[in-house]
Write a protein that binds this ligand. Structure first.
Ligand code: KIV
Ligand code: NA
Length: 275
């Protein structure tokens, strides 16, 4: 399994870091087999697999359940688990207890927290306590209500400079990497140049130190809206749809199960049965 030191080295060697989300064991197994450097059990699971329309309703228990499942599927991959909405702002005792659960019970190697401001101090306390932390800047979906929607961030010089300052503060606080979401590619590049820790981009251009995408977006799996910054490398929804419809049809038409899916009694047993 790769470590935070490996990710640091990869940045120094200009070797791109790959991260993908996975929320269950079979997905995590496939993602691990694909050779990803890190798995993210993202709170995007709220939208992608739980059917919510934002990440706001996701709870620590939800994150725990899915982190455990991902870990069972991928025993040898570094797993980052998202701290969900408002689970790291009330007080440090609560924050610590959630991070502890995600690591001890869930099997996560690190946690991810969105934002800067007071979160910076929280990150320094967590890292002091031995919890590896990934920051998350730019479009921070847990703050969608405050941001006023899912919009590109850091488009003007002032907000871009603020992103750089926040990223440096997260680095200073001890974060070992930062996810940067939905910013102009020039800002993604600048952040990667100015920071010593890896910048993992999503909608942040090609010059970040790594990339992260959502499993379902990569696969074209599900009904969710695929954002502009995601690339679908397959389109599996129609394949699933066709298989499911064919099953329904074959049952109705008595084409399934066929002989090869059925068990039979011997002739002797059968005559005994009917006497
Ligand atoms: O929850 C998630 O999947 C994320 C990625 C989009 C970075 O935070
Ligand atoms: Na997330």
């Amino acid at each position: 399994m790769k470590t935070t030191a490996n990710f640091q080295k990869m940045k120094q060697n200009s070797e791109k870091i790959t991260m993908m989300t996975a929320y269950d064991a079979p997905a995590a197994r496939l993602v691990e087999q694909a050779g990803t450097d890190m798995i993210l059990v993202g709170d995007s699971l709220g939208m992608v697999v739980l059917g919510y329309d934002s990440t706001i309703p996701v709870t620590v228990d939800d994150m725990l359940l899915h982190t455990k499942a991902a870990r069972r599927g991928a025993r040898n991959t570094f797993i980052v688990a998202d701290m969900p909405f408002l689970s790291y702002h009330a007080n440090l005792t609560e924050t610590f207890s959630y991070a502890k659960r995600l690591m001890q019970e869930g099997g996560a190697n690190a946690v991810k927290l969105e934002g800067a401001g007071s979160v910076i101090n929280t990150i320094s306390k967590l890292t002091e306590a031995g919890v590896p932390v990934v920051g998350h800047l730019g479009l921070t979906p847990q703050a969608v209500g405050v941001l006023g929607g899912y919009r590109v961030q850091g488009k003007d010089p002032e907000s871009a400079r603020k992103l750089v300052a926040d990223a440096k503060a997260l680095e200073e606080a001890g974060a070992f990497a930062i996810v940067v979401e939905c910013v102009p590619e020039q800002v993604g590049k600048m952040l990667s140049e100015k920071c010593n820790i890896p910048i993992i981009g999503i909608g942040a251009g090609v010059d970040t130190d790594g990339q992260v995408l959502v499993y379902h977006d990569i696969l074209g799996y599900g009904e969710v809206h695929v954002p502009k910054f995601a690339k679908s490398y397959a389109n599996i929804s129609p394949i699933i749809e066709k298989a499911l419809k064919t099953y329904v049809h074959e049952v109705k038409e008595k084409k399934f199960p066929a002989a090869e899916h059925s068990f039979t009694m011997t002739e002797d047993a059968l005559s005994g049965l009917y006497g």
